[in-house]
Design a protein around this ligand. Sequence first.
Ligand SMILES: Cc1cc2nc3c(=O)[nH]c(=O)nc-3n(C[C@H](O)[C@H](O)[C@H](O)COP(=O)(O)O)c2cc1C
Length: 372
Amino acid sequence: MTNHHALLPVRVGGHDLPNRLAVAPMTRVSAASDGTPTAEMAEYYARYAEGGFGLVITEGTYTDTVHSQGYLNQPGIVSATHVSAWRDVTGKVQAAGGRIVLQLMHAGALSQGNRYRADTAGPSAVPPRGEMMPEYGGSGRWPTPREMTGADIEAAIGGFVDSAVRAREAGFDGVELHGANGYLLDQFLTDYTNRRADSYGGPVANRIRLTAEVVAAIRAELGTDFCVGVRLSQGKVNDFVHRWHGGAADARIVFAALAQAGVTYLHIASEGRDWIETARLDGGVTITGLARQVSGLPVIANGGMHDLAQAAQVLSDGHADLLSIGRGALANPDLPHRLSRGLPLETYDRRMLEPMATLSNARQRRPGVHRG
Ligand SMILES: Cc1cc2nc3c(=O)[nH]c(=O)nc-3n(C[C@H](O)[C@H](O)[C@H](O)COP(=O)(O)O)c2cc1C
């Protein structure tokens, strides 16, 4: 038994977790074509709880039947069928001793597959940078989105709230708003994708308004007990190197606004990079450390945390309370058990996600199954 800091218990949103290890949200484009989670997905999520992860955060899940869906075969939480299929997932994870939070995602301009709509909508009619992602079934450039009206914004907020209500019905221990990586909420926060002249555009206090309003609206509907986290990032799936222009000053405004709105935890993603490369802000602070300091809330750090020495340092130096692990968890669904027993970790094989990030593809590539 090792005494790694990540194995110490922690309390988040009224839940006592046995350790500080969370599975990072990972899109697997493996739901049925109508967005219904499958039995294969339930097995997949349960395996992480069986492997000792205290918290499982699901893949980004779409929230309405308008513009939120980002990819074909993405799961949704917009119908009674979805709720009942998710109930199988939550039941299996909880039976294995885990907690499970549903990541709620509105793709906005970065939608590359939506069974409900052919066009896309975002804060402003700005063409997205980069190209669609083949591992989630896309190719070529994203279309230029239509600028969302006040009614569109109301509908998007309503979608998040209704989805949070359904998530609770489906047995989830909480929800996490996907405010990271370039999707709708991050498009509002980002200066170059948000050119709005109304109260959602301009200074950073305005650009974080939509995310804060969604948190507050879910709180108003579900009360103070339900866990409502927010995931943020500087980098994006289509712009890894983006950094908040106002640095630590912007970060303070963002974290304070979300704390004020009633968020339960903050989760800082490091899209495509390690924490160490993305966390440093001006003034010698780290983005996760500053989030803790400003909000006083539990903070989850992400990015290369399967490097267990780095992981221990992040926790013991006070940069975060929990760690989320993506690629390292794909290779080691039992990473917490391995850590507690002092067993070595398998190396992540990127071919698990090639040509697509589906569960069936990964099965062929599991360490020990396929090497070379
Ligand atoms: C296949 C795959 C799918 C992902 N899907 C999501 C997602 O749905 N939501 C999200 O917030 N981040 C998503 N991410 C980003 C991860 O949560 C994480 O931030 C990233 O992999 C870096 O962490 P790691 O170094 O532990 O892998 C995804 C990453 C991978 C590899």
